[in-house]
Write a protein that binds this ligand. Sequence first.
Ligand SMILES: [Zn+2]
Length: 122
Amino acid sequence: MSDHRHDAHADGLEQRRLEVEQLLASTDQQLADLRQMREGLNDDDEHDPDGVSLSSEWSRLEGLRQNRIDQLAAIDAAAERLAEGSDAVCTVCGGPIAPERLEVRPEATTCIDCAQQQSSLG
Ligand SMILES: [Zn+2]
């Protein structure tokens, strides 16, 4: 029922999901630490230079956290496509996605050409 390429992609997705989940957990932890630190500083004046760097660190971590969540969603979407057997088909042009690309980026849903076009547009 299952071929080797299919299995390799499923393994890759599973591994990537675990990695991103760990990264997300550590980002959550950093945000929790930062929140505590900020609450500790609350009664200080707002001109404290530490307050400024804390809030820029906060928005950096929030951005990072959102990226991780987006990555998890992409991985889940790719896993669904894998289950349907359409994981190696580009969602933009309908062409094949190279197996080498799926090895490096198991959550990829576009072929390398479309991905490059999208990133040069952005
Ligand atoms: Zn394409």
